[in-house]
Design a protein around this ligand. Structure first.
Ligand code: AP5
Ligand code: MG
Ligand code: ZN
Length: 215
């Protein structure tokens, strides 16, 4: 199944995608994760992307679309993928339609994670991520068993650079209108399934499962 996860920062796309990808045995492709990995490795892509991520701006489409095209052409997407954080604007959505056509694939569903912005600032300010394996936690809503340490690999938990309060506010502003335009775009294609992301992790997971199996 070829799925896009759409939603403002902090709605829980990454958290839910990680699990669903394991369950469906399809890759979780997150553009933000690809950029962060490139930055930590110091590659050319990382150098191009760093200032945009730090300030919460979008990386230019010409960098992002080419990268997604290459990634979707890899063999592990044969039985499907979860694309998390792409597209982020109409130009990227149109680019994705073209990429899918060229690869002979079809986008089946766009899951829209909907939640009020007050909830999102609270989630992002308490988020911690593993510096080794990338696992995501929340100091209150999804804490690790011992503070500051990843349950999965023992790595050190850190705060993302762009989760500082001023940057969070800016990221919401950058993405607000664009996200709504994408909801309309995919609604016209009959692909949108909206889930209420302002629920517990467990309840969101349940809605997501229903969304994925529904026709
Ligand atoms: P990206 O990494 O995609 O960040 P984002 O879109 O801002 O989304 P987040 O990862 O912050 O939120 P999420 O929905 O994954 O939430 P999570 O599951 O972690 O992008 C980063 C940057 O890269 C962009 O700003 C841009 O510069 C660049 N970029 C990426 N894609 C691009 C593109 N296509 N074009 C151009 N530039 C691009 O959850 C958040 C927290 O809440 C966690 O602590 C979690 O534990 C907790 N939580 C999750 N669900 C629940 C729940 N139900 N109840 C309580 N807590 C919860
Ligand atoms: Mg994420
Ligand atoms: Zn870890």
């Amino acid at each position: 199944m070829n799925i896009v996860f759409l939603g403002l920062p902090g709605t829980g796309k990454g958290t839910q995608a990680e699990e669903l990808s394991r369950e469906l045995n399809i890759p979780h492709i997150a553009t933000g994760d690809i950029f962060r990995q490139a930055i930590s490795r110091g590659t050319e892509l990382g150098k191009k992307a760093k200032n945009y991520l730090d300030s919460g701006e979008l990386v230019p489409d010409e960098v992002t679309c080419g990268m997604v095209k290459e990634r979707l052409a890899e063999g592990d997407t044969k039985s499907g993928f979860i694309l998390d954080g792409f597209p982020r604007n109409i130009a990227q959505a149109e680019a994705l339609d073209k990429i899918m056509e060229e690869l002979g694939k079809k986008l089946e569903k766009v899951i829209f994670f909907s939640a009020p912005e007050e909830v999102l600032t609270q989630r992002l300010s308490g988020r911690r991520v593993c510096s080794e394996c990338g696992a995501t936690y929340h100091i209150e809503f999804n804490p690790p068993s011992s503070e500051g340490i990843c349950d999965r690999c023992g790595g050190k938990l850190i705060q993302r650079e762009d989760d500082r309060e001023e940057t969070v506010i800016h990221r919401l502003k950058v993405n607000r209108d664009k996200t709504q335009q994408l909801v309309d775009y995919y609604d016209k294609q009959g692909k949108i399934v909206t889930i209420n992301a302002d629920k517990s992790l467990e309840q969101v997971r349940k809605q997501l499962k229903e969304a994925v199996v529904s026709q």
